[in-house]
Design a protein around this ligand. Sequence first.
Ligand SMILES: [Zn+2]
Length: 566
Amino acid sequence: MTVTDQYADLVVVNGQLHGTGNASAAPTSLAIKSSKIIALGDEAVESLIGANTRIIDANGGAVLPGINDGHLHFVESAVSQHGTLSVGSQHAQSWDEVAAILQAATPANDGWIRAHGWDDVILGSGGPEYLYGLREDAPVVAYDQTGHQLLLNKTAARLAKLENHTDGYPDGVVGTFADGSANGLLVDAAVELAGLVIPQLSDADVRRCILEHQNFLHSLGITSLTEPGLGPGGEGLFGGSSATRSLRLLADLAVEEKLSLRINALLLFSSTGGANAEDTRTGLASDLPSSLSERGISEDQLRIAGVKIFADGIPRSGTAWMSEPYQTPCGHTHGSMVIIGDTDAARETELHRIISNIHAAGLQAGIHATGDATTAAAIRAIAAAQLADDREARHYIIHGGFSGAGDLNETLKDFSDHGVGLSTNPAIRAEAGALMKTILGADRFNNHQPLASFLDAGIPTNIASDAPVTSPDWRESIIAAITRDSTAGPAEQQDAQKIDFAQALAMMTSMPAWQDHAETRKGRLEPGLLADVCILEQPVTDDIYALRENRTAHTISNGNLVYSAG
Ligand SMILES: [Zn+2]
């Protein structure tokens, strides 16, 4: 060992360090060598500064573990942000404005006009009246910001032969006008009708979007994420951005050492409706689950974590399965799961089969469950799988956050008894609060997402953006989790489910690292852990809304400086 070997490659000084685990005195500096944090604390770090050590002065700004978004549709976000027109709320506040953007658009080389981001919470449900008759010269597809719905114009609807499906579609909706003719709206499983006719973007286009979006996420301070759902089930979703080839493109970038985000991928074998054990078995038996290890890709960079299952849909389309009924635009309903099967019991049996297959394959199940009945059914299925083989699979519920009437403790016990985690979305609650309150009632809304109780019960819980459903800016998730304010109004002063900054930060750093089976390697600022760091321009203060303006100054991933504010 030569003398220079003892010095750090990079040190961060004058910082307000967070997420340092058990460090007693609050350190203001950390040192990095190669890919790891090697020291914390002022004197220890100072002694590691050599002639070639790069010094980053944090100027008193907060220094956080690199942000890990435990549920962020990365490739879909990349393509929607960098490869399609935006008709999101920042660009269009009415259906008239959405229509104007589409009317003015130039079709892509393949003749299609693709747009993304409409939000019926903001725009109302009248989309088809505005878009169906829009321009005959080009097929138009406009995806909503949740990925669960899309609108086609008449030209596109003819290509997709929607008139053949107006009598109903299994686990989905083909929207109709009052006269029964198709109106271009496709919901849940029916979105695949559009997927069949919309040409996919080229590999080169998707790759460009991925690289641009990686830079964008680094500029926010994000260093890790879970990409929840790539595979054959994603072929028909959002222009194929969630298809198998997206995983191949990510793997190509990893092999070329151009991937600096750490990505945990869930495979998607069935679409947003119609999940079934046969698809799961076929997918697990394919060469997809082992496709990364065969290419020698580091698990800390890109790994296949498990399988995503859409067990139900969302409350506003009546596809969340709840123990108590709720009010949707289409009536009063308990909803039901979107898994194949004619009865609740048959669907639950199928869910058991799906999860036991995933469990037996040594993978992790991420189960999309918005309704409390779906959450309970999913945990029963997990319990059965764990009974057969009690390994630490870390299966988890995606979205979740509702309990059956009055029995939160039972729900918490279900999670902790079976080692189940929760990945939930405070920013969705904040944005959709007014609508959720209308659909689900004040009680159910107020008790939704009891993060403090989940933490008290020791349940591994992470908060995630679900981008592109909400902004990938993690600050919004943190602010929403801490304040519990929403479009339904400010939270009550004494709302017992508010959490503090350290807890919210853990839910976007160390807790999602648990979900990744990587909590001993990342997620905290501690010697020996991977050097993933997010440095903000300002310290974090009690005025949590100020976090919104506290920009990222530098982002370090795997010991490399991957972003610095210009
Ligand atoms: Zn999602």
